[in-house]
Design a protein around this ligand. Structure first.
Ligand SMILES: [Zn+2]
Ligand SMILES: [Zn+2]
Length: 232
């Protein structure tokens, strides 16, 4: 419904790039190149410099992922676009962001499956769409890999107000594996919009590993600055 309405709106009201104002999409390809792909390659857990956004040796012992690729910093225009992705003209914005993220990814194994990190159900019901699915579809269109929904949310407890320990416990049981189990032998690429502490990605990856996944990586549109991190 949302996408049909969006398509109708798009034929009447054109999209303008949020950065330069060109009539194109909410993020034109030139501005996408400026905003994406400039992140330093670091371990997503401890922020130590690594090659190809790999998890560092120290964090590997407790991480369920091998690489987490980050498209951009969660600030400025990228932050605005991600916020829009949740409210207005979501399909167009998410498609532009997914495409921009896809251009920053390295060459992935042939047997790669894109797995959206499911948004909490309650929020999807309110909005009518899931931005991780929209992002995944956009990455699939760019890269040629397939999307498979291999994770579902268990319940939808709200994290607001819970203590850090309660949130961690809730998250650990937040997902269960669904769908075609033969994909567990593929290289799975978890896709989400924003990386904050990484706890959601960890929980999603842990669930996939428990279901038999042999290779799990992640790709996020943008990452929050870590405590004490300086950006110009
Ligand atoms: Zn532009
Ligand atoms: Zn690390």
């Amino acid at each position: 419904m949302t996408s049909l309405l969006e398509r109708l709106v798009a034929t009447i009201a054109p999209y303008y790039c949020i950065v330069c104002g060109t009539e194109d999409n909410r993020l034109c390809s030139i501005c996408a190149t400026d905003l994406f792909g400039n992140m330093p390659s670091t371990c997503f857990v401890c922020n130590l410099p690594t090659n190809d956004f790999a998890i560092c040796n120290k964090c590997q012992a407790t991480a369920w992922l091998d690489h987490v690729w980050v498209g951009a910093a969660y600030e400025g225009q990228v932050m605005q676009l991600i916020k829009q992705c949740k409210f207005e003209r979501a399909v167009a914005v998410a498609t532009a962001l997914g495409k921009a993220l896809a251009t920053t990814l390295p060459c992935l194994p042939e047997k790669t499956i894109i797995v959206p990190v499911p948004t909490a159900n309650q929020r999807v019901r309110q909005r009518g769409y899931d931005q991780a699915v929209l992002l995944s579809k956009a990455i699939a269109a760019e890269t040629g890999y397939k999307v498979a929904k291999l994770l579902a949310r268990v319940g939808s407890q709200r994290q607001v107000g819970a203590t850090k320990r309660q949130r961690a416990a809730q998250l650990q049981q937040a997902f269960h594996a669904i769908g075609d189990t033969h994909y567990m032998s593929y290289s799975l690429l978890l896709v989400d919009d924003v990386l904050t502490t990484g706890a959601t990605l960890h929980a999603a990856a842990q669930c996939l590993r428990a279901a038999g996944a042999t290779s799990v990586n992640g790709a996020v549109v943008a990452r929050h600055a870590l405590a004490g991190e300086q950006r110009q």
